[in-house]
Design a protein around this ligand. Structure first.
Ligand code: ATP
Ligand code: MG
Length: 471
């Protein structure tokens, strides 16, 4: 039986089917035009929605026909934003469900069999609400999510054979919506996430920066007093599209021409962006990206120098400034850099392998609380298989106060969450902690005092690292 993996991306969505037999492993990618499905939906008050490649190709024509093009809906998943089209309102879950139904339908047509369940790759810091929303959207589309896996880890699983000599790998996945980093250690068949970190910073943000920069330049030249936010939706759409094209051009060239039609009161405006100008503009974002890599290393309790390789995935890694920065880091710390072929299928490929092998998900590090003497008290030990539920724990207070502060951390004492709980302040007062980790890799906490169970505090946290046993 073959299994599917899905990489639902902010910009591109890919599906891979993995089959393992005694002759080895085969992976079949599914998308449109030999590329992943563009994550685009065009909605119309009266007509049927249009999806993916057709929206990308006919975007301006569809808008002229009264369609509302929804892009980057992954970024609003889990929020209460609404997409309003005529009299109809769509939630982010609705839009995602429509899109996933389309993907399912197309994949089934090509594969000749049903896509009913999958492993779904998600950004490292995808919040509990985002995970639930994605699960709901997939269910509405008729796809059951067997489990989630973080995107960079999936990319590593996919490229494992190519990185056979490396025992510590930093995966740097920079997409359209997020930058995700996973530091992975490999021991034979065991793949462990030493640390995962992520940030909402992607190619979309870079496009915005460049578009704003271009608009400021043009409005100065043309004497247009409007700010970027004053632009009409059509003008904004146009300049964002030109900015993205220019950004891509600057991945290979030193200059990129810009041509805008019917913009700032002119029939046509021409301009040029240089690589130097672009590099200066995004320099602070490149610094942020590098800082995140160092933050991951710190969280893992290792130095970057202990890594053997950097695996680069995601379309935004094509930008020369980040490529050069990672190259410099690799030279400084003596790491190799690996950018696989078929990069656009890497994350879905890894998800498909996990879907086919169905390994247990085990906690990479013990999870627990830091006590008042700064010692670590484990709630779950490393190696604990999830989902799991801990026995209720009871703590005492050391001070006469009306609130108890819980500090949740991993065994390396990296703080994951602080939570304060109202208490009565009696010396013998017991504070109870209930804790479980569900199948979506979310930790659920419930804390209450002997005297005030009514005032129980609940919370959730994500960002745990896992270990996978794969063949
Ligand atoms: N040649 C290129 N140069 C620079 N940027 C590029 C290039 N090709 C693609 N990109 C950018 O990469 C981003 C898309 O990358 P990718 O397909 O990896 O993202 P995604 O998986 O959809 O997003 P995410 O993983 O953040 O949800 C877009 O912002 C796109 O503009
Ligand atoms: Mg991605």
């Amino acid at each position: 039986m073959a299994s599917f993996g899905i990489d639902f991306g902010t910009t591109n969505t890919s599906v891979v089917e993995c089959l393992i037999t005694e002759h080895g492993m085969t992976k079949t990618p599914y998308g449109e035009n030999n590329q992943p499905f563009p994550s685009l939906v065009a909605l119309h008050p009266d007509k049927q929605p249009v999806f993916g490649w057709e929206v990308k190709k006919r975007r301006s024509q569809l808008i002229a026909e009264g369609y509302h093009v929804v892009a980057s809906f992954k970024s609003i998943l889990g929020s209460d934003q609404r997409v309003v089209v005529g009299k109809k309102e769509y939630s982010p879950v609705d839009v995602t469900a429509l899109f996933l139904s389309y993907v399912k339908h197309r994949v089934e047509g090509m594969a000749g069999r049903k896509l009913e369940e999958t492993v779904m790759a998600i950004p490292v810091d995808f919040k509990p609400e985002q995970r639930r929303s994605l699960r709901t959207a997939a269910e509405k589309a008729g796809i059951k999510i067997k489990s989630f896996v973080s995107e960079p880890t999936a990319a590593y699983v996919n490229c494992r054979q190519d990185l056979a000599g490396a025992s510590n790998v930093a995966v740097f996945d920079w997409g359209g919506g997020t930058l995700d980093i996973s530091l992975i250690s490999i021991d034979k068949h065991e793949v462990s996430e030493l640390a995962v970190t992520g940030q909402r910073l992607g190619g979309n943000d870079i496009d915005q920066m460049l578009a704003r920069h271009l608009h400021a330049k043009i409005s100065r030249q043309e004497g247009d007093p409007r700010t970027f936010d004053d632009l009409t939706p059509a003008e904004r759409d146009q300049i964002l599209e030109r900015a993205e094209e220019a950004k891509k051009r600057l991945s290979t060239d030193d200059t990129a021409p810009i041509r805008l039609m019917r913009y700032a009161g002119k029939v046509m405006i021409r301009d040029i962006v240089t690589l130097d100008e672009f590099s200066k503009l995004i320099a602070s974002r490149i610094d942020d990206a590098e800082s995140l890599l160092h933050a991951a290393a710190e969280k893992a309790g290792v130095g970057i120098g202990q890594m053997d390789a950097i695996l680069m995935v995601g379309g935004s890694c094509e930008m020369q400034p980040i490529f050069q920065r990672l190259e410099r880091i690799s030279e400084e710390y003596h790491l190799s850099i690996y950018r696989p072929d078929g990069i656009q299928w890497a994350v879905a490929g890894g998800a498909a392998v996990l879907s086919e092998q169905q390994p247990a998900y085990k906690l990479q590090k013990a999870f627990g609380v830091l006590l008042s003497d700064d010692s670590f008290y484990p709630v779950f030990e490393a190696g604990q298989v999830v989902p799991c539920k801990a026995q209720e724990l009871r703590f005492g207070v050391v001070e006469d106060t009306t609130s108890a502060v819980f500090v949740f951390a991993d065994e390396s004492k990296v703080v994951l969450k602080r939570r304060s709980v109202p208490i009565k302040g009696f010396t013998a007062e017991g504070i109870h902690l209930q804790c479980e980790i569900d199948g979506d890799m979310i930790v659920h906490l419930r804390i209450f005092s002997d005297y005030a169970e009514r005032m129980a505090v609940t919370d959730e946290l994500n960002q745990l690292g896992f270990t996978y046993q794969i063949q």
